[in-house]
Design a protein around this ligand. Sequence first.
Ligand code: PLP
Length: 401
Amino acid sequence: MPGYEWIGEMEKEQVNEVLDTGILFRYEFDRERKGVYKVKEFEDQFARYTGAVYAHAVTSGTAALRVALAALGVGHGDEVITQGFTFIATFEAIIESGAVPVPAEIDETLNLDPVDFEKRITDKTRAVIPVHMLGSPARIQEIVQIAQGKNIKILEDTAQALGAAVGGKKLGTWGDMGTFSFDFYKTLTTGEGGMVVTNDRELYLRASEYSDHGHDHNPDLPRALESRRFLGFNYRMNELQGAIGLAQISKLDAMIVRQKQNRELIEETLGSIDGVTMRELPVDGKDSYTHVCFFLENGDKARSFHKTLAEKGVSAIYFRDNFWHYLRNWDHIIGKKTVWNHPHPFGGPIYGKDFTYTPDMLPRTDEILSKLVVIPVSLQTEEEKIRQMAMDLQAAAEEVL
Ligand SMILES: Cc1ncc(COP(=O)(O)O)c(C=O)c1O
């Protein structure tokens, strides 16, 4: 994280090619755009990079989740299981689709615990969203096996883990669909943006149609005469974003290599500190090296370690108290607050019950997050600064542990 640190000449050249045509939109204007189709090209390269058959670009990672849920046919009356440690967008997208999020525990990978996922399946479970948090894989093989055995759709929220893999297969391509984000914090950024990937042609078509008001994109008809199979919405990516995406994807592997180098320098130090254990990586898992995630022996030590690091100027994250990434602290979800003047139907007659969310409903997640400290890995930071950070870590450990 994050690609904005490497915005440069390539991005400018790509964007200028679009500006030279004056066509900022991905659809129509076939004559005027003089062969420039940046979003389409970005989608093709993204599909090639991830190994997916189809990729469809949208306006954000949140939009990608919403579009993928629509493509999968998830809606009112359905339950969607996902982890209680994720960015709020995963829950928002489920709720926007009309379905109900069912929170499950994480394990020491910091991602969905397959065992707890299985326990939460009901006859209303339509989909599961494992979220590959902080650059690293969930136990996706186990999750896929359980879901497929019960006919549950798998949507991988890969917003935070572009480039990571299990057994050489990129994350986002293990399930029925995968989604990605290109916002300010992500390794590949387009300012705002997102992508949906799948190997299933019908799911791809449904995603592309839903994200463009239902347009069927019939190449033989002018856009105004295209027909539609269902209602959609507008989540279209524009050509300027596609242009930036093309520049960024050409450096993606190099960005991940740099993240790896920077992270390893920090990990070397952490490895020598007693009482520190690293986050678990599933068998054959490959990280995208965006964060260093480590556990202290207990919550008290983790909290004071985090505080001491802050005093030394090291910016680390204590997710147990994070306002946006942990269900415990989502007072608006817990209070079922919506913009409507009636409550969102979190449950109701179609489910035969109402769902409630409470701060202490995920004790295992709480235990794991209470011991967790996370350091974001930057691309730009010079080796000297990272070595200073390593010394600060060492000093904090001596003070606190
Ligand atoms: C796990 C996860 N899902 C979804 C999103 C939403 O992405 P965006 O900010 O592009 O809407 C994010 C963004 O941080 C995320 O971390």
